[in-house]
Design a protein around this ligand. Structure first.
Ligand code: ZN
Length: 303
């Protein structure tokens, strides 16, 4: 990972704006700190937004070994669409139809699931590589660009979804404010991000695979996510602290491929020997936070 060249900047706590922070540990050339005020863990100093944009643009989706995680976001459509359906089920009690935008849409799987469920769905994705791939492979409506420059009028959407996005962005609070701008009155936001207060992340600490700078910059807990949502003007409707994803063995083995090639090759051989096993979907409960929130304040004239 080309972290030695990272351009770094010191930042305040992304949740409470506290300037002081305590260094907790280093990983992959970055330091993770803890906020003495709200308890949030985050990378500080943090790579600049420009450096990250270049890093994602040149390496993340190129399928290089060291950055295989990026390439994984574009593949395994059936299981990802199945997970997206589970998330749409959480939105339905609050909003069942209309316009939906998936921010950080990656491979376009949420957009495809939403479209199939009757939504007018569009994906917003900063990586042109991913956006083009999704439009071509999934036949969905994708817009390439960053949220702050998104060509959508205020209040255009009934629902904004952000799956595995908030932990990646440099300013998660600003990201939520911009998401709220896109929502009309009574609009619904669904956010998903790792729950670092889960028992496994707490047990493993820095060794947990979700502690992954510079990809993951902010490490949320139920408390810190709640504060961030409320500061952005959202009213929390539901907060799940452990949620299931639909996975396949083929997918899980592809994730371990870059770190454990020999073990993975042996396991892939065994899975291949029993045909179909690798592709069979199963639900796995994970330490993932899923928040459903309402943008129920009257619309403000934010730009
Ligand atoms: Zn804080």
């Amino acid at each position: 990972m080309a972290t030695a060249s990272a351009q770094l900047e010191w930042v305040v706590c992304p949740v409470c704006e506290e300037g002081r922070a305590r260094a907790l540990f280093d990983k992959q050339g970055f330091t993770v700190v803890g906020c003495p005020n709200c308890g949030l863990r985050y990378v500080n100093p943090r790579p600049t937004a420009d450096w990250l944009a270049a890093w994602y643009g040149t390496q993340y989706y190129q399928g290089e070994r060291a950055n295989a995680a990026g390439a994984q976001h574009l593949h395994f459509p059936e299981m990802k669409i199945a997970t997206a359906r589970l998330r749409l089920d959480l939105i339905r009690p609050f909003c069942a139809t209309g316009w939906l935008v998936d921010v950080g849409a990656g491979g376009g799987f949420m957009v495809e699931a939403a479209q199939a469920a009757g939504w007018h769905a569009v994906g917003l994705e900063p990586s042109t590589t991913a956006a083009r791939h999704a439009a071509r492979e999934r036949q969905v409506h994708m817009v390439s660009g960053r949220l702050e420059e998104a060509p959508f009028s205020s209040g255009r959407f009934n629902v904004v979804t952000m799956l595995d996005v908030l932990e990646h962005v440099t300013c998660p609070g600003k990201c939520l404010t911009q998401a709220r701008r896109l929502l009309g009155p009574g609009g619904i936001l669904l956010v998903e991000t790792p729950n670092m207060a889960g028992w496994l992340p707490r047990l493993m600490g820095a060794r947990h695979p979700w502690v992954r700078p510079p990809e993951h910059l902010t490490y949320f807990t139920p408390a810190t996510l709640r504060v961030l949502l409320e500061r952005a003007g959202f009213c929390l409707l539901r907060l799940l602290t452990r949620t299931s994803k639909v996975l396949t063995l083929d997918y899980v083995l592809s994730l371990t491929g870059s770190t454990n090639p020999v073990l993975t090759a042996v396991a892939q051989g065994a899975v291949g020997w029993w045909r179909g096993l690798g592709r069979a979907p199963f639900k796995l409960p994970l330490d993932m936070l899923v928040a459903v929130a309402a943008s129920n304040r009257p619309e403000e004239s934010t730009r």
